[in-house]
Ligand binder design. Structure first.
Ligand code: CA
Length: 228
């Protein structure tokens, strides 16, 4: 189980890392929301432990943005003492649970275990869109400019993944791992990925002036509104 801790106080961050690693969890630490975002999109995590009081963007802003982007990772919010607004705001913004600083480590572990037991089940936002392209994950249907598109299962999974990461570059390695579930060798399936991306691009972009699916040379692919 891989936990991402977003915490700007070095002492607390180190203590959390140490304590969680002692329990057998794999832990990554980000010191700011920006770093947290970057890590979330570059690796797989089972739980996000998110401090509310961060330099720059607050934990609540980060949480809101993640949920808006359809990221369904279980989130444990770490709030300051007596900050009821944060707790209510946090749950409203899509946190799964919260813990109040200062907390006892055994309590934190209990929360983490409970969340990981419940968790795993992604809570995806059913509808995601970019420009006039809509992906409905519940109905597994796709529309561009109001017209329904016929996608294969793999094409749908590919588009869903790109949509969850819209605005960010997705590498072939990420696609190999997360869409094709190819954990050992990424390189040999690059061609397969490119063929599927090309087919998907024809289906969603052909005939439309505004192209949405772009290739970023040497890096991967990105779903976004502007031209690459
Ligand atoms: Ca803090």
């Amino acid at each position: 189980m891989h936990i991402l801790v977003v915490e700007d106080e070095p002492k607390l961050a180190n203590a959390l890392r140490q304590g969680l690693e002692d329990e057998g969890y794999q832990v990554s630490v980000a010191r700011s929301g920006e770093e947290g975002f970057y890590l979330l999109y570059s690796d797989h995590f089972d739980l996000l432990m998110l401090d509310v009081m961060l330099p720059g963007r607050s934990g609540l802003e980060i949480l809101g943005r993640l949920r808006q982007n359809g990221v369904g990772i279980p989130v444990l919010l770490v709030t300051a003492k007596d900050s009821i607004d944060d707790r209510v705001g946090g749950l409203d913004a899509g946190a799964d649970d919260y813990i109040v600083k200062p907390f006892a480590f055994p309590e934190l572990l209990a929360r983490v275990r409970a969340m990981l037991r419940r968790g795993g089940q992604d809570k995806p936002i059913a509808r995601m869109s970019i420009a006039n392209l809509i992906v409905d994950t519940a109905a597994r249907s796709v529309f561009r400019a109001g017209k329904q598109l016929e996608l294969t299962t793999r094409e749908f999974e590919l588009l869903e993944y790109l949509m969850r990461n819209r605005g960010s570059v997705v590498s072939r390695e990420m696609l190999a791992r997360d869409v094709w579930k190819e954990t050992t060798r990424a390189t040999p399936i690059d061609n397969v990925i490119d063929v599927h991306v090309a087919r998907l691009r024809r289906k969603i972009d052909e005939g439309f002036e505004a192209k949405l699916l772009h290739t970023v040379r040497g890096v991967g692919f990105i779903l976004r509104e502007d031209q690459a």
